[in-house]
Design a protein around this ligand. Structure first.
Ligand code: NAD
Length: 443
């Protein structure tokens, strides 16, 4: 059993801390956000993540998982300090490292025993060395050296399936200049029976960015093909299927739609491109990947205009607000950008999401939040499916048809069967469904 402090109790920190506690370690999760910690101490979850609440409660009861805002308490006798704070986009697309810096400084100020500092936040290549420098410099000022090592341990979990991603990872990546420290961190994962790749610090940091950029590239690639399919009369769903059966390609991340969003891909692709430019290379592919993604949202507005003409005072229903199903995270969600563009054109938005209406209301005050998809459809001139929550799969489309003013469906996730939608009388627009040019032809 190890004593672990996790600095930052957001999606990654909370899942990491909880899972390490579940594996039998003694974990303290720390955050500077008092409300978040008070809520966790009172059994209230700060995020929606399937299954997490039960595992948190179980491990709290067992005394293995604690929450605090007190750095001293959290770091007391800790063998490991995992840094899992946010690294949002800065003004120029660079990763803003202010939270990593303050976490590193706090560790340097407080700890007086040997410790392994583990970077779990997604950080630019070179940050591990930078963190080590910050700690060393602080200790020089304090006057007592600290025995510590920095290990990079990028996180690959996906919101919505974070627990199983942590417990059954495809791989664990560890980077360090100190092999012994990397091995100590490897021990924490040893019961998970997954490949553990040990590299140097910078390589580990790059693996995280390269992985996210590659996945984003696959999505932008299929979206570019989807746009061609729309013009050339092909069906991108079948194209992706046909491609995916090739073992060299595979099926994952070949779903055409409204593009990638969330707290990671947008900021990480931007940060990697920014790093590349700073180092004198030309990230042309990454730029194209970002451009395609931006256009994918704009195409929805274009298609709606094509179907409805001027969008001023048109009522548009939006189903799904979170950036993907099974999360309440709305950071860089396609739905939000689409709502923003529609509101700019004077449209009135009615929306529903199983988890993300409260947070969206804080950003978009004029959006009319509805208690279910049918309320969204009432009097709507078009319905945009933005997030493919399971509960939308079996929706009663006939009832939706009867409730709408204009039966126009913009299936941004290719969730529904176009033939069925068209047979009910809708004008159907999917993404890359050129084989069903019903909406496009009738618009
Ligand atoms: N969310 C994901 O799906 C995901 C997946 C893989 C990697 N990551 C990376 O993990 C990191 C964390 O992401 P997240 O989504 O969990 O962020 P988040 O915004 O949900 O949580 C970050 C938490 O850190 C806290 N914090 C900030 N400064 C602090 C400090 N000095 N001391 C203590 N707490 C502090 C904040 O209050 C917040 O609760 C990011 O670098 C992100 O890119 C995220």
């Amino acid at each position: 059993m190890s004593k672990i402090c996790v600095v930052g109790t957001g999606y990654v920190g909370l899942v990491t801390g909880t899972c390490f506690a579940d594996l039998g370690n003694d974990v303290v999760c720390l955050d500077v956000n008092e409300t978040r910690i008070n809520n966790l101490n009172n059994g209230k979850m700060p995020i929606y993540e399937p299954g997490l609440e039960q595992v948190v409660s179980l491990n709290k009861k067992a005394g293995r998982l604690n929450f605090t805002t007190d750095y001293k308490l959290a770091l007391d006798k800790a063998d490991f300090a995992f840094i899992a704070v946010g690294t949002p986009s800065g003004v120029d697309g660079e990763a803003d490292l202010q939270f990593v810096r303050s976490a590193a400084e706090a560790i340097a100020e407080i700890v007086n025993h040997p410790i392994v500092v583990v970077n779990k936040s997604t950080v630019p290549v070179g940050t591990g060395d930078w963190v080590a420098d910050i700690i060393k410099k602080r200790r020089t000022v304090i006057g007592t050296p600290l025995e510590f090592s920095v290990v990079s341990n990028p996180e690959f979990l996906r919101e919505g399936s974070a627990l199983s991603d942590f417990m059954e990872p495809d791989r664990v990546v560890l980077g360090s200049t100190n092999r012994e420290a990397a091995n100590k961190v490897a021990q924490l994962y040893s019961t998970l029976r997954c490949p553990i790749l040990v590299t140097d610090l910078r390589t580990a940091e790059m693996i995280k960015y390269a992985s996210n950029a590659f996945l984003a590239t696959r999505i932008s690639f299929i979206n570019e093909i989807a746009n061609m399919c729309e013009e050339m009369g092909a069906d991108v769903q079948e194209v992706a299927m046909g491609m995916g059966y090739d073992n060299r390609i595979g099926h994952a991340f070949l779903d055409a739609g409204l593009g990638w969003g969330g707290s990671c891909f947008p900021k990480d692709v931007k940060a990697l491109a920014h790093m590349a430019v700073l180092h004198g290379t030309h990230p042309q592919l990454l730029q194209a990947v970002m451009d395609i993604n931006r256009n994918q949202r704009r195409r929805v507005i274009y298609k709606l205009r094509k179907a409805l003409g001027n969008l001023d005072e048109k009522v548009i229903g939006v189903l799904g607000l979170s950036f993907k199903p099974n999360t309440d995270d709305i950071r860089e969600a396609p739905a939000l950008e689409i709502i923003h563009l529609l509101e700019n054109e004077g449209a009135i938005i009615r929306a529903y999401d199983p988890q993300a209406m409260e947070s969206t209301s804080e950003v978009f005050k004029r959006v009319i939040m509805c208690e279910n998809p049918y309320k969204v459809a009432e009097g709507a001139d078009a319905l945009v499916l933005a997030t493919e929550w399971n509960e939308f799969k079996q929706i009663d489309l006939k009832r939706i048809y009867d409730l709408m003013r204009e039966p126009i469906i913009m299936d941004g996730r290719n969730l529904w069967d176009p033939e069925k939608v068209i047979s009910l009388g809708f004008k159907y627009f999917g993404v890359g469904r050129g084989a069903y040019p019903n909406g496009e032809n009738n618009a």
